[in-house]
Design a protein around this ligand. Structure first.
Ligand code: UD1
Length: 422
């Protein structure tokens, strides 16, 4: 059934919102459960579409997975399959994170190339090179990554770019390799730190989590554990940007505010008053935001996942902003939809120049990925009239209770289920 959101423009978002566990953590933590035979329990999991999709990937490998609201329980058998087929893998990008654990535990994996957001080219060369350096043979065959190793040994690995997925896959293979692995130019995202914390609880020996050099001393086996997923900084930042765009006043709980240091500093520059508390922050924007430039970079830089919100904020700010996208080139497709809403924006390569307008103008628009979808909803709040946002299944993949939370903050937004076509 086709669904869309009807967004009535004009609301100022005011109130409190709770953020739960991070999508980009929980999916990797679920994959990490493959490394230990027995029952792993994850709490504070977000109730989003990607969690049951990842559960299907694990079930296909032989695990039992139970999802009870925010608790995901995974029982990993002794006899694990090394084959993850396209039927389950095709629906989400993070499914590729089973590659490292399977190679670590079984020394072999056949993993269908994953699906996920259409945000630009997403090769796996760094994942494969890392596994090769650990001693695995790895090729792409018939739409699958095929990896096989006689034995895995520690290695020195330099990544060309601090890729989140490559760091995670190499890390999750290296924890069960013989000897010491050093991953240099590793990704430093808080979600990587979360994976390291859980692996350490499982008995892995890892140094340098949160830095660009990860040192992993391989161990013979790992044990299952219980772990609380860290709060979703991208969802937290979405609410921060929403408060700024709608000239609102929003308190966000459930996220480490220091994971958003740069975002919150940008919002201060745009004119917001920001205060921090232990489990969150408050953003108050009294007038029209001032224009601010944004440059996307790996953490601790400004996250590419937040680029659509930067564009949407710039579109209603006072002045001209330049947004530079350095991570996923196709993410500027979002700007075409913003132009439908009356944004004054043009792109040149990986730069976008946006001249803020006082008010956007409602239109039907289409979400192309999770964050672009959420960005269009927020832009719709700053538009005259009623904006229809289509393809909202993207938003459901990453934002639990998005419409409910918006309504709680005073927005007039509804989910409309169209009748099935005859
Ligand atoms: C993860 C996040 C995604 C976020 C991204 C960057 C998940 C499920 N997704 O995606 O939301 O936008 O990090 O913060 O956690 N690259 C290569 N070769 C490789 C691997 C990556 O060239 O082998 C390139 C990519 O094309 C991209 C850049 O490296 O330009 C970063 O990608 P990466 O950090 O790997 O992103 P993901 O892990 O896919």
């Amino acid at each position: 059934m086709s669904e869309h959101f009807r967004v009535h423009g004009g609301a100022r978002l005011v109130g409190e919102v709770d953020v739960v566990g991070a999508k980009n953590s929980v999916l990797k933590l679920m994959a990490a459960a493959l490394l230990a035979e027995g029952t792993t329990r994850l709490t504070n999991c977000p109730e989003i579409l990607d969690v049951p999709l990842m559960a299907d990937v694990l079930r296909g490998l032989g695990c039992t997975v139970d999802i009870d609201r925010d608790v995901v329980t995974i029982t990993t058998p002794t006899e694990l399959s090394h084959r993850a087929d396209f039927a389950s893998m095709g629906k989400l990008r993070a499914s590729v994170c089973v590659l490292g654990p399977l190679v670590g535990r079984l020394r072999k994996a056949v993993v269908a190339l994953p699906g996920g957001d259409a945000i630009g080219s997403r090769p796996l060369d760094m994942h494969q090179n890392g596994l090769r350096l650990l001693g695995a043979h790895s090729e792409i065959e018939h739409g699958c990554v095929v990896a096989e190793a006689e034995g895995l040994h520690g290695a020195q690995i330099w990544l060309d770019f601090p890729s989140v997925g490559a760091t995670e896959n190499i890390l999750m293979a290296a924890v069960l390799a013989d000897g010491t692995t050093v991953i240099d130019n590793a990704a430093r995202e808080p979600e990587i730190v979360d994976v390291c914390t859980m692996l350490q609880q499982m008995g892995a020996k890892i140094e340098g989590a949160g830095t660009s050099t990860l040192t992993v001393h391989g161990v013979d086996s790992l044990r299952p554990t219980e772990h609380r997923v860290i709060g979703d900084r991208i969802v937290g930042a979405t609410w921060a940007m929403a408060a700024a765009m709608t000239r609102g006043d929003v308190r966000v709980h459930g996220v480490d505010p220091h994971h958003l240091d740069l975002v919150l500093e940008k919002l201060r520059t745009a004119g917001a008053e920001v205060s921090l508390f232990q489990d969150g922050f408050r953003v108050v924007m009294a007038g029209r935001p001032h224009s601010v430039d944004f440059v996307t970079l790996p953490y601790p830089g400004f996250a590419t996942d937040l680029q659509p919100f930067a564009v949407a904020l710039a579109a209603v700010s006072d002045g001209v902003s330049m947004i530079t996208e350095n991570v996923f080139e196709a993410r500027f497709r979002f700007i075409e939809e913003m132009v439908r809403l009356g944004a004054d924006a043009r792109t040149d390569g990986h730069h976008a120049v946006i001249r803020g307008v006082d008010r956007l103008s409602s239109a039907p628009v289409w979400a192309s990925d999770i964050r672009a979808g959420a960005g269009l909803v927020l832009a719709g709040l700053c538009a005259d009239g009623v904006t229809e946002v289509w393809d909202v299944f993207h938003i459901d993949r990453g934002y639990p209770c998005f419409v409910e939370n918006l309504r709680k903050l005073g927005a007039d937004v509804e989910r409309v289920s169209a009748p099935p076509e005859r």
